[in-house]
Design a protein around this ligand. Sequence first.
Ligand code: ZN
Length: 73
Amino acid sequence: MQNSSAQSGQLRYFEKIDHPKQQEFINSQNNCALCGSELELSHLRSEEQGQIKEEAYCGQCEMRTRAKIFSLN
Ligand SMILES: [Zn+2]
């Protein structure tokens, strides 16, 4: 995951998202609170805006259960 083009400190924050401890945290919240089904998580990285948007979608309930914005600034 090391990126030689890390010219700014912001990129380090991206790397933390992929850190094993972060993955554990994400996996622990990986089930729908309503029906218990596994959620489909998507992380959209917008480097121009310095944000990561996380969305969790439950295919059983057909609803989006959360959307978070991680600001990198
Ligand atoms: Zn559900």
